[in-house]
Design a protein around this ligand. Structure first.
Ligand code: SMO
Length: 699
């Protein structure tokens, strides 16, 4: 690390929050005690696209315990949710708490009941009748961007082409969305307990949408049971709950059911990418063209355009490609809105590249490790500006492949494959290199050192089960020369922490941790000047650019010849994580990401029918991996500090979701290559694989 002392950074200290959480003493939004709250029951659209006629609410109004029934038509005009314009948006999309005039997706709230108990709210919601006049919907392109560099090659030895369809996924954190609003009569203000990644954003967005002074909105994200990007933005349901608290001057609570989550929490992926990679006779990359189509929903959460942008601009990942022709398009449809989901376009960019490279390797007869090594940017080329606007910072990309080849005993794996194939088994090896840009921008930290040898670290970043409290205490302990136990870490409360961004884009340790480090250095500086206690440093830290984590995955897979059942026999990864603050937490992040990457590749798939009806609305139909489904992962890492932030950290939260699916898909295709199978769609269910084996060709 860049600092002088490193007693705690680099140590696997146990997460601070674990004892409370395993004792059941966690405090989630749904656990917050309110004063005689009203519970919200939403009446949701059963159709994907319709004009709203009459809404009959009289019967519901007479329901037991019902205090009010609200419809969009009678709500005041509210402001819009802001959208991060990473690619230019042609038509702004409306954001409404309750549908006004028309509905644009299944599950969209049309009306809301407020009642004295959750059961009464749901019962009364069933008594609302909305006349819906179904209409058709045509998907529309509403945002696009393209990049072109270099001159197209005159000729090439081989040309590889493929299309990858990423299944639409339900992020499914353990804790569904939840909001508890306490109304404070005396000050006509609210305290909002919100299950979110971005409490400061919740406050600023609520203030602008409801046109209320931010000082009247205090937001606390208590324990958050997972988020994965799905809780980085406000939902119509959240805005309604807070509006209702101000309107009725009462406490309000809404906790989503699992069914609510499948139909109306943002989905991830769903992107289709096509590409062509041209190589010369030595396997050197000459040209990459790519076309990304990203689905977006009828309304846009804050980061809705990020996947469309990342899936294209991260190309050509860590490789040298002289000619690029890359475009991305965001296509609006009337399905459940999409948003960022662990990786957010990074898995899609890396997947397209790694599929194309495997095809090129097969066409040219070059070993998959070798063709990658011949084309990865060498350390001497870094930092490197790509034709798609990225600055790749540092590291030794080929080292990740070298280590992977060694640690997995690749030569022996290949011999094993040869022997077993001769016996009629379907065995494949798949590898994938990946890059993981972690966010750019700023984060805040306020550190206070007291004369009794204790300190408080308050960060604008957040935590949703990452044990960030522990990591920040380690950083501060080193730089203030105190034991971690004497450091209190404050997060996720707009009253006790400085305004900040929150936890997303694998940015919190790299940027938030650097902010903590710099605040501690500022304290030291003030100490040296003899400043009186308590000494406080308030820092807004901005990184120099994205830190690019990277690494490589290898998967050995066998596929049952009779049933198509895939088995991942071995899984290896090598990650360059940058400086590790807490190696145990880094490992846990990689394992969690791997489980979700495995889920995408092997099991998960949200499906709608032709009318936009959700066919996978519960865990009976949507296969999320359980602990026993996920194979063990053999993990290796090394640390090249990123020059882009003071701490030298790189993001690792999304590593597994980014690297694993491409290696898994490449392994399945390698296993079935002898049968002539050249393309497969995820998830790789036994049915998909069995069907491909019958056809011996593209499915
Ligand atoms: S998908 Mo992440 O929370 O940026």
């Amino acid at each position: 690390m860049n600092g002088p002392i490193s007693k705690y950074v680099g140590q696997s200290l146990a997460p601070r929050e674990t004892p409370a959480l395993i004792k059941g003493a966690g405090r989630f939004a749904d656990d917050i005690k309110l004063d005689a709250p009203l519970y919200v029951g939403f009446i949701r659209s059963q159709v994907a696209s319709a004009a709203i006629g009459d809404i009959e609410i009289e019967e519901a109004q007479g329901g037991e315990g019902v205090v009010a029934v609200h419809t969009g038509a009678r709500m005041p005009a509210l402001g819009e949710l802001s959208v991060n314009p990473v690619i230019p948006l042609r038509t702004p999309l409306r954001f409404a708490c309750l549908a006004q005039g028309s509905v644009t997706s299944i599950g969209q709230p049309i009306a809301a009941v407020l009642a004295e108990s959750p059961a009464q709210a749901l019962d009364a919601a069933d008594l609302v009748y909305a006349e819906l006049d179904e209409k058709s919907h045509t998907p529309k392109q509403i945002a696009a961007q393209s990049w072109r560099t270099g001159t197209p090659p005159q000729e090439s030895a081989h040309s590889a082409a493929c299309t990858v369809r990423h299944p639409r996924l339900a992020p499914s954190p353990m804790e569904p969305r939840a909001i508890a609003v306490r109304y404070i009569r005396k000050s006509a203000s609210v305290t909002v307990y919100h299950s979110t990644q971005t409490p400061h954003r919740t406050r600023s967005e609520l203030a602008s949408i409801l046109n209320i002074e931010p000082s009247r909105i205090h937001v606390i994200a208590p324990h958050v049971g997972g988020a994965f990007g799905m809780k980085a933005s406000l939902y119509p349901e959240d805005v309604f709950a807070v509006w209702a608290a101000f309107h009725h001057k009462r406490d309000i609570r809404w906790t989503a059911t699992r069914s609510d989550e499948f139909t109306s929490a943002t989905h991830g992926r769903g992107i289709t990418s096509s590409g062509t990679l041209d190589i010369d006779a030595n396997g050197i990359f000459l040209s990459l063209s790519a076309d990304v189509q990203a689905p977006i929903g009828p309304w846009l959460p804050n980061s809705a355009l990020i996947p469309a942008w990342n899936a294209a601009r991260i190309l050509p990942t860590g490789y040298t490609v002289p000619h690029l022709d890359i475009k991305t398009r965001a296509i609006q449809n009337n399905l459940t809105p999409t948003g960022i989901y662990r990786g957010a376009g990074r898995p899609e960019a890396n997947m397209l590249m790694e599929r194309l490279i495997d095809k090129a390797a097969r066409a040219s007869g070059i070993d998959p490790f070798d063709i990658r090594r011949r084309n990865l940017l060498p350390p001497s080329a870094l930092p490197h500006d790509t034709g798609t606007g990225n600055r790749l910072d540092s590291g030794d990309y080929a080292r990740a492949l070298d280590l992977l080849e060694k640690r997995s005993d690749y030569t022996r794996l290949k011999q094993d494959r040869h022997t077993r194939r001769a016996k009629g088994e379907h065995v494949g090896i798949g590898i994938a290199f990946y890059v993981e840009p972690s966010g750019s921008g700023w984060e805040s930290a306020r550190v206070t050192l007291n004369d009794n040898g204790t300190a408080t670290v308050a960060s604008g970043s957040s935590s949703q089960g990452h044990a960030r409290e522990t990591a920040y205490a380690q950083i501060a302990a080193d730089h203030l020369s105190l034991p971690p136990d004497s450091i209190t870490v404050l997060l996720s409360d707009t009253d006790t922490t400085p305004t900040g961004i929150g936890a997303l884009a694998s940015r919190s340790t790299a940027i938030g941790g650097s902010a903590v480090l710099e605040a501690c250095q500022e304290i030291k500086h003030q100490q040296a000047k003899g400043a009186p206690y308590p000494i406080t440093a308030d820092i807004i830290y901005e990184n120099k650019g994205q830190a690019w984590g990277y690494g490589a995955y290898l998967i050995q897979m066998s596929i049952c010849a009779d049933t198509g059942t895939p088995t991942i026999e071995r899984a290896f990864c090598v990650d360059d994580t940058g400086v590790q603050v807490n190696p145990a937490l880094v490992k846990d992040q990689i394992i969690g990401g791997f489980a979700q990457g495995f889920g995408e590749a092997m099991m998960e798939h949200i499906e709608f029918d032709g009318d936009g009806q959700l066919l996978t609305g519960s865990f009976m139909d949507y296969a999320m991996p359980r602990a026993l489904d996920v194979p063990p992962l053999e993990m290796h890492s090394f640390e090249s500090p990123s020059p882009m932030n003071t701490l030298g950290a790189k993001g690792v939260g999304e590593a597994g979701t980014i690297g694993a699916p491409a290696a898994i898909l490449n392994a399945a295709l390698d296993a079935l290559a002898p049968m002539g199978v050249t393309d497969l769609n995820m998830p790789l269910t036994p049915c998909t694989l069995w069907s491909a084996m019958q056809k011996g060709q593209t499915t």
